[in-house]
Design a binder for this molecule. Structure first.
Ligand code: MN
Length: 424
């Protein structure tokens, strides 16, 4: 059970805020007044500066040896410290922000030092990512792409229902929300062309994904058992895995994606912990055929996380929704992904990012890429702001929002955004 449910903070949190006291996500930020990077948590429209809180002696569970964990340019050290420690710190933060606790509430000097309006902070990459793996775990997405690339008969490859397919991605180009994305150039070949050509990608796409961060890793040669997989997962972020479909189509056989995916992957700045997401666990889809024993997971291993994709064009005032999806559409769950990834003995390290792969639901309005939403450009999306959309144009801004909602409790991820700049 989550002991934080139904608490109230002395900080005003509006009903539609992503960041009530039950959330408490972690991120890295700086301010104009103090440009050193540090750890904060979001509460309503504010950030609680955890480094400042620690400096003022507000945490009892942090030993002198660990004094620097919040005055750090990444969450990595904190993430590595294990679930027991994370639970203690979460409880301390939650107590500190509770409406009945006067320590911070009634101390104006302490408040001005520790609480900063979100408008006054700049969010940074939360994690130093060593390795990034991207799965391909949505059955509807894999089926749709399979139909487009190989035809209906060969849509799902024979292995797909037996293992969570993935590829090793590029960690160096994972960027924080708001980073502008330069249209990549590359080699492509039109179906009717005799030879390939080189130039800016013409089929630039987004991929609606979520990712999880490894808290504590495993030693080389010692797989993570599926029953312990949750102990190793620190929290989740929104992911946009930008993709160049024309480059992908020409290069992907036989080893899978390479340059089509390595130019940028954007993530949201707040890492929402698994503790905060606990109330939103739901039953996973029944898997048929049954997976091999090392991939057998039981219980509620899926999560009900609503995902909205919005587009803002240079000529439109407001962003408009182009897809409404949900993390629950995943066929393979995170525990299966982690067990599979390490079953050879492959070692995970603190800060590794494992992403879901494009999340598509069964209906058109729930697809997680333009490739599917516009059916490779053959059925353009009609925009309410005027015009049609097949793939991303220069100047387009893509926004993904994610949140869970149940019984008056809303736990959100904020958003991940990125604007397309012309090729260089
Ligand atoms: Mn992807």
């Amino acid at each position: 059970m989550n002991d934080n449910i139904k608490r109230k903070s002395f900080i005003d949190v509006s009903k539609d805020s992503d960041f009530p006291i039950e959330n408490l996500p972690y991120g890295i930020f700086y301010t104009k007044e103090n440009n050193s990077l540090r750890v904060g948590t979001a509460i309503g429209e504010y950030v609680l500066d955890l480094a400042a809180a620690d400096r003022n002696g507000l945490f009892k569970n942090i030993s002198p040896a660990d004094k620097e964990i919040f005055s750090s340019k990444s969450l990595n050290r904190f993430m590595s410290m294990g679930k027991t420690f994370h639970r203690e710190i979460r409880k301390e933060i939650s107590d500190l922000l509770d409406e009945n606790n006067s320590i911070l509430r009634d101390d104006d000097k302490l408040r001005s030092e520790c609480l900063i309006h979100q408008n006054d902070v700049t969010m940074c990459m939360p994690v130093e990512i060593g390795d990034y793996t991207d799965f391909y775990s949505s059955k509807d997405h894999a089926t749709n792409v399979g139909i487009m690339f190989r035809g209906k008969e060969n849509a799902l490859m024979p292995n797909w229902l037996h293992l969570p397919v993935a590829y090793h991605g590029r960690a160096s180009s994972v960027v924080i929300s708001g980073t502008e994305i330069i249209r990549p150039k590359g080699q492509t070949k039109a179906d009717d062309a005799e030879s390939p050509s080189f130039g800016p990608s013409r089929l630039l796409d987004f991929e609606l994904e979520m990712g999880f961060f490894i808290g504590t890793g495993n030693n080389l040669g010692e797989p993570i058992n599926i029953d312990n997989a949750s102990d190793h997962i620190f929290g989740m972020v929104l992911v946009n895995d930008w993709s160049a479909r024309d480059i992908q189509k020409w290069e992907y056989v036989p080893l899978g994606p390479f340059l089509a995916k390595n130019f940028a992957t954007s993530i949201s700045p707040w890492v929402v912990t698994m503790e905060a997401l606990e109330p939103f666990r739901i039953k996973s889809e029944i898997q048929d055929p049954a997976p091999l024993p090392y991939l057998k997971s039981s219980g509620n291993n899926s999560y009900d996380i609503k995902l909205d994709v919005l587009l803002k064009t240079p000529s439109s005032q407001n962003a408009e929704i182009i897809s409404r999806s949900n993390f629950k559409y995943m066929y393979w769950d995170m525990y299966q992904q982690l067990a599979h990834h390490t079953v050879t003995g492959c070692n995970m390290r603190t800060g590794d990012l494992l992403a879901s792969g494009t999340i598509s639901g069964p209906e058109k309005g729930t697809y997680g890429s333009l490739l599917e939403l516009s059916w490779r450009g053959e059925e353009p999306i009609k925009l309410t702001s005027g015009g049609e959309l097949k793939f991303l144009r220069d100047g387009d801004e893509l926004i993904i929002k994610g949140y869970c909602e149940k019984d008056g409790l809303r736990i959100g991820f904020g958003e991940v955004t990125g604007k397309i700049l012309p090729a260089k």
